[in-house]
Design a protein around this ligand. Structure first.
Ligand code: ZN
Ligand code: ZN
Ligand code: ZN
Length: 329
C-alpha cells in the first residue's frame, strides 16, 4: 500500500488513487481534478505511510487493506533483503541496473522502469538466479583467460627450450673447435721444434766441415793431408745427405694445420663469420667464407683486413676445404 498525494493537501491510499483515476479523476475529498492518469505520478507521503503501517502493526488500522506485505497475502514467506533504510518496508526486489536491494517504494520513487525510467526490477529469487548465472559466466571467462595465459606461457617455455638447445649445440661446436685448435697448436709447436733441431744439426755439420777444411790446410805430411781430405769428404757427404733428407721432410713440416670443413660448417651454422686472410706484395687481403648447401664457398678477395674480432684462417688453410673458389685476385 502507498499513500499518495498530488499538489493539494489530501492524501489517499494508492489503491484509492487507482480507483479515483479510473472513475472521474476527481479527489473524493475536495473534488480537485487530476491532470495525470498514472498512479505513480503521485508522490508518496512517507510520514503518513509510516504512520499507517505503525497503526496496522498495533491493530488500530484505519484502512482495511493495510498490511505489512500486501503483495504476498498467503502465509508463504517471500525471500527479502531486510528492511529498507529509507522507507522502513521489506525489500523484496532488486534493481538490476543499480545493483541494489529495493522496497516497493524505492521502485516507485528512485528506480522507475521503462517507459518512465531505465531501471530493471526483479523479485529477489529471480534476481538471485540471474546473479548466480552472471557470476558463473564471469568465473568461466576468468578460467578461460587463465587457461589462455597458461598456454602462452607454455609456448614461451618451448621457445626457451629451443633457444637453450641451440645454444648448447653452439657450445658443443665451439668445444670441438677448441679441441681441434689445441691439437693444431700442439702440432705447430712440435713442427717448430723439429725445424729448430734441424737448423742446429746443420749448424754443427757446417762447423765440422769447416773444421776438416782447417785440418787440410794445416796438414804437414802427405799422410796428414790424405787423412784430412778423407775426413772432409766424409763430412761433406754426410752434410749433403742430411740436407737431402731434410728437403724431403721439411715440406711436411711446413704444411699448416687446417680446421676440418665440418668444424667450419658448424661455426657458420652457429652464426660465426669466417674470413680467409692472405697477403699480396706485403698488403693484407681477405675474403668471406660462406656455406652454400653442403659446400664452403670462398668469396672474392678484397684489400685490407676483415673487421676486428672475426674468426680468420689463412687462405692456404682453407683452399683444400673450399669446394668452389672464386679467386678474383
Ligand atoms: Zn483533495
Ligand atoms: Zn525503500
Ligand atoms: Zn535502479
Amino acid at each position: 500500500m502507498n499513500v499518495r498525494r498530488g499538489t493539494w493537501a489530501a492524501a489517499l491510499p494508492s489503491k484509492c488513487v487507482t480507483e479515483v483515476l479510473a472513475r472521474d479523476r476527481k479527489c473524493p475529498e475536495c473534488r480537485h481534478y487530476f491532470m495525470s492518469s498514472n498512479p505513480s505520478d503521485f508522490v508518496v507521503n512517507y510520514p503518513l505511510l509510516r504512520m499507517a503501517r505503525s497503526l496496522a502493526a498495533t491493530g488500530l488500522g484505519f484502512h482495511a487493506d493495510i498490511s505489512i506485505n500486501t503483495s504476498n497475502p498467503a502465509s508463504v514467506p517471500q525471500p527479502n533483503a531486510g528492511d529498507c533504510p529509507a522507507h522502513g518496508s521489506r525489500m523484496f526486489f532488486r534493481c538490476m541496473r543499480c545493483s541494489v536491494w529495493v522496497c516497493r517504494d524505492c521502485v516507485v520513487v528512485d528506480h522507475p522502469v521503462p517507459p518512465r525510467g531505465l531501471c530493471r526490477i526483479l523479485a529477489i529469487s529471480d534476481a538471485l538466479e540471474e546473479m548466480k548465472k552472471s557470476h558463473k559466466v564471469l568465473v568461466n571467462a576468468k578460467v578461460k583467460a587463465c587457461q589462455k595465459a597458461k598456454e602462452s606461457l607454455e609456448n614461451k617455455v618451448s621457445d626457451l627450450q629451443a633457444a637453450q638447445n641451440q645454444q648448447r649445440d653452439t657450445a658443443n661446436r665451439l668445444r670441438s673447435l677448441l679441441v681441434e685448435v689445441n691439437a693444431n697448436l700442439k702440432d705447430l709447436k712440435s713442427k717448430k721444434m723439429e725445424i729448430l733441431k734441424k737448423i742446429s744439426e746443420i749448424d754443427s755439420m757446417v762447423e765440422a766441415a769447416r773444421h776438416t777444411g782447417e785440418s787440410v790446410e794445416q796438414a804437414a805430411t802427405i799422410d796428414d793431408y790424405t787423412a784430412a781430405i778423407e775426413d772432409t769428404n766424409a763430412s761433406l757427404a754426410s752434410l749433403e745427405k742430411h740436407v737431402a733428407e731434410d728437403t724431403q721432410e721439411i715440406p711436411a713440416l711446413l704444411s699448416m694445420p687446417v680446421l676440418s670443413s665440418q668444424t667450419l660448417v658448424g661455426l657458420l651454422d652457429a652464426g660465426t663469420s669466417i674470413f680467409a686472410t692472405t697477403e699480396k706484395e706485403g698488403q693484407p687481403r681477405w675474403a668471406r667464407v660462406t656455406r652454400q648447401d653442403d659446400r664452403l664457398h670462398l668469396h672474392a678477395l678484397r684489400d685490407g683486413l676483415p673487421g676486428a674480432g672475426c674468426f680468420t684462417l689463412p687462405v692456404s688453410g682453407c683452399l683444400g676445404l673450399v669446394s668452389m673458389c672464386v679467386l678474383l685476385v
